[in-house]
Design a protein around this ligand. Sequence first.
Ligand SMILES: NC(=O)c1ccc[n+]([C@@H]2O[C@H](COP(=O)([O-])OP(=O)(O)OC[C@H]3O[C@@H](n4cnc5c(N)ncnc54)[C@H](O)[C@@H]3O)[C@@H](O)[C@H]2O)c1
Ligand SMILES: O=CCCC(=O)O
Length: 495
Amino acid sequence: MKPLRFCRQLSGLCARDRLVEPRALINGQFKEFPGFDVVNPANQQVLAQVSDTPLEEVEFAVCVAARAFDDYRTVPVHARARILSNWHHLMLEHEQDLARLVTLENGKPLADSLGEVRYAASFFKWFAEEAVRCYGDTIPSATPSNRMYTQWRPVGPVGIITPWNFPLAMITRKLGAALAAGCTSVIKPAAETPMSAMAMAVLGVEAGVPDGVVNFVPVAHSKTAKVGELFCKSPDLKKVSFTGSTRVGKLLMEQSSSTLKRLSMELGGNAPFVVFEDADLEKAAAGFMSCKFRSSGQTCVCANRIFVHDKVYAEFVDMVADLIDKNTRMGPGIDPSVTHGPLIHENALAKVEALVEDAVKNGAKVVRGGRRRPDLGALFYDLTLLSEVTPNMDIFHTEAFGPVAPVIRFSSEEEVLQQANNTEVGLAAYFYTENNSRAWRVAEKLQAGMVGVNTGLISEAALPFGGVGESGFGREGSKYGLAEYSELQTVVVGI
Ligand SMILES: NC(=O)c1ccc[n+]([C@@H]2O[C@H](COP(=O)([O-])OP(=O)(O)OC[C@H]3O[C@@H](n4cnc5c(N)ncnc54)[C@H](O)[C@@H]3O)[C@@H](O)[C@H]2O)c1
Ligand SMILES: O=CCCC(=O)O
């Protein structure tokens, strides 16, 4: 077997080179297999080769997680909390190295990557604290000689599948809850971003995760669907937790029917961002910039359709154009002065390009951007502001997952609510108003799992994260997150 290789960008990346780990982690052992290429989206150079875990080894990892569950389920919650707390501290201790890895393989700017490392680590802290508070109930029984109580039991071994856009945080949001609840796991990170995941694996071993309790199995794109099927159909895994597209979420749900598996589905979004005529426009424009363009538009809670009241439409569009001109700089994320990086791959870029072309063909106006930036690299697309967008355009109905902001006019609250809710995927929604009763009223009427009122940034560990409709089900983080990895057991005692 040829040894796995790294490019120069990775050597010397970390104070301790072993954070750059190309091997799978199964049963506490790092195992090397022939590798697949991980590419830097900023320049298309191969960063490293990472082990492409063979399917029989993925199956083995599932068996290992099932076997480890017998012991791990009995580990006292305080000990589980200590492991999570150690892992949290180790992530913060290595935050600069982790951030560089995220930037190199995902493309997001260093400041955003550092924010992600801290956000990701916060889920371990949160669930270390939640682990020791998973209370049950005592219930009065109708039978005088019976006593009843409930307790939370771990679901069992869990299969975890995560996307590339938050290569650390989408893992920790699931894994933190799973470990706290007493579940073991097998994690398949996205093929675009396995290096960040494997760096976490290294820190997990150091944090004291017992052998076999957390297994990481990176695989190349070509094997991804097979691993998904294996997870869903395995009788040993009692739950699959997935973050990614609605298309793949539906497929996994179908495949899980034979085992009636517990599922958590964090899927696509199509967030409305509404600016009412009574909004504080400066606040709205600033909130919009981070809500829409964070990670070059590649977050599931990014604003996707921007509704602006007729009376403030022109002013708001001008303000945003001005902020794009003055406050943004596109380029390779590893340059600390860069605010916006490339898209993840050519498909993502082609999708954005097609949406812009369709909108322009149907009457939208390009206020800023609207083109590729080959001068910066093959995967760069300008931050793009489109005005006069209407519901007959593809972009109105499609999650762009890229740096394009379609701005739509509206003239009444009733009309905008109808349009904002005109989507199958209700993940996040945002609106700006200075009218207090409107704030309460509109928040209640928006069909979305999460609503931001006068803010464009909502994410934190304490937030119950999740959507409605085809955006999936289940809530991650928050005081509800632990229940997703637990079963409520009732005990009846005859006395
Ligand atoms: N709701 C959330 O919390 C959330 C968070 C991040 C991203 N997302 C969504 O994810 C999408 C963007 O990510 P993407 O395009 O990489 O999603 P994707 O569904 O293509 O990929 C996500 C993960 O699923 C894996 N995968 C792909 N096909 C699979 C299959 N057939 N079986 C099993 N696994 C498979 C990928 O390797 C990756 O690990 C967007 O729709 C975005 O809104 C949602
Ligand atoms: O992209 C999805 C997750 C984004 C977040 O947690 O804020």
